[in-house]
Design a protein around this ligand. Sequence first.
Ligand SMILES: Nc1ncnc2c1ncn2[C@@H]1O[C@H](COP(=O)(O)OP(=O)(O)OP(=O)(O)O)[C@@H](O)[C@H]1O
Ligand SMILES: [Mg+2]
Length: 260
Amino acid sequence: MMREVLRLENVAKSFGSVQALRDVSLTVNTGEVVALLGDNGAGKSTLIKAISGLHGIDRGRIIVDGKEVTIRNPRDAMNLGIETIHQDSSLAVDLSIARNLFLGREPVKAAFLGPLAPLDLPQLKRQASDLLRRVGIRKNLDADAPIKALSGGERQSIAISRAMQFFAKIIILDEPTNNLGVEETHGVLRFIKEVRDAGHSVIYITHNIHHVFQVADRIVVMRQGTVVADIKAEGTSILEVEAIITGADLHELEVDARRS
Ligand SMILES: Nc1ncnc2c1ncn2[C@@H]1O[C@H](COP(=O)(O)OP(=O)(O)OP(=O)(O)O)[C@@H](O)[C@H]1O
Ligand SMILES: [Mg+2]
């Protein structure tokens, strides 16, 4: 049974004179992948930054599991079961891969509790290696290596592994396959399906319309800070979705497609 897990009502957010979000309302259910689409500057990242505690909202309500919440910072979001992989990934570049994977939630040695408990480093490294395999990183990365020694795509994969392992109720991915190779991209799409099949929810932002049709149950399109369409993926087409994104007349696009 699907159940509503997240609802946004009339959310607005401005940066000075730029109204990034005008009046956004949106629901996300359990066991559902919602693709959030829209042209550059439509407000997608701003919306998910509001949900994940990176910036506040000027107006509107955020409701998680039926209760209105205030999300002041990333920790509030995490405590509500919301994990986000941002477009500009937020890894600590001087720390090791293993430390980044568990940042803030490192396994500590049994028999110790509290913030000063010593880290269980061998355990940390073992868990890190398992995770890297799961996201499809074939190359043998040393979990002790610092993030700054990795390529952009490898860093992105690490950020994704991080979200995978906490298996949050709601996982938000902001253009997660940018910079990724073929194998890693498949790893991400597989992960999205796994999360959904386990009854969790995913908000997936991408400009790759083919990926959308591989994993999304519902497609939400934003334009200029508002939601202009909210449709089932089944029963729509790439052409139709592209027309909604750009605001083009679908009939004209169909004529163009027939000509070419
Ligand atoms: N911190 C900020 N300060 C000022 N303006 C901002 C800020 N963040 C976003 N904006 C503006 O808000 C609008 C929406 O930006 P946002 O990053 O949400 O777009 P997006 O849909 O994620 O686009 P893209 O597909 O390019 O990532 C843009 O006009 C952008 O310039
Ligand atoms: Mg963005």
